[in-house]
Write a protein that binds this ligand. Structure first.
Ligand SMILES: [Zn+2]
Length: 257
């Protein structure tokens, strides 16, 4: 049984056939999904999407690439929403230094606001760190006493060690299936198993066999198999360990499912 730790199931790409997508995931052994939020206007619909299936867990946050949607008061709105809804995590939040038209100071303010909210609420964070792993590590250090996952991890082995000391896991998805992803392969082969989560990031980041297509959570199986190959382990062992890691991080019961 697999846990997709990052899946944008509420995205418009799934409006046509969301129930069928979830059914295919269940049939493939993907029993749980964490669905992170991206901007304030979306939170109510995200709540509805996750209420439809016991395996779906919502997180709420202000995503850096949705910067144009965010207003300063959205951080207070997020604190109120989180206190009322009691989600399993805060996010998606973080920094994107790849897209050049996103104001970095503004991104930093929203990210640090959400780090502080995580510290106060005790909830884990789901962090986006595109070309920004170093800046994310510094921000986590500055705020302190938080935990979470850096999703779609593309940093170095040393940064993975630093993140582990800071109580952060790393999320591995479709990019690990590409032959050219050598640095990622080294990271996946060497990090402690306790630090790994699997994710699809659907509808984005498909595995190499589905390049250019809409990704979906059933394809988490291919990610699990690639990670297992890299670690010389059985896919069942990787599935069990990463599900346990997700259950522990998000405080979700997966035993007896
Ligand atoms: Zn995401």
């Amino acid at each position: 049984m697999l846990f997709d730790s990052h899946c944008h199931l509420d995205a418009p790409e799934f409006d046509r056939d969301r129930d069928a997508v979830v059914a295919r995931a269940r049939a493939a052994g993907v029993r749980w999904q964490l669905v992170p939020g991206t901007h304030r206007e979306e939170w109510p619909a995200l709540r509805e999407t996750c209420a439809a299936d016991a395996g779906l867990h919502a997180a709420y946050g202000l995503h850096p690439t949705f910067l144009a949607h965010h207003r300063a008061e959205d951080l207070d709105a997020l604190a109120d929403w989180v206190a009322r809804e009691r989600p399993v995590a805060i996010g998606e939040c973080g920094l994107d230094h790849y897209l050049e038209d996103l104001d970095r100071d503004a991104q930093q303010r929203y990210f640090e606001g959400q780090l502080e909210l995580a510290r106060e609420s005790g909830l884990p964070l789901i962090v986006h760190a595109r070309r920004a792993v170093e800046a994310v590590i510094q921000a986590i250090r500055r705020v302190g006493r938080v935990r979470g996952v850096v999703h779609s991890y593309a940093g170095s082995e040393e940064q993975a060690r630093q993140l582990q000391r800071l109580d952060f896991l790393i999320g591995i998805g479709g990019p690990v299936t590409y032959a050219r992803a050598r640095r990622m392969h080294r990271v996946v082969a060497t990090v402690p198993l306790e630090q790994l989560l699997l994710e699809t990031d659907a509808p984005d980041q498909p595995d190499c066999a589905h390049r250019g297509e809409r990704n979906e959570p059933a394809r988490l199986v291919a990610v699990c198999e690639a990670v297992a190959r890299l670690r010389g382990a059985a896919p069942e062992a990787i599935a069990a360990a990463t599900t346990r890691n997700a259950a522990r991080l998000f405080g979700v019961a997966t035993e007896g499912a």
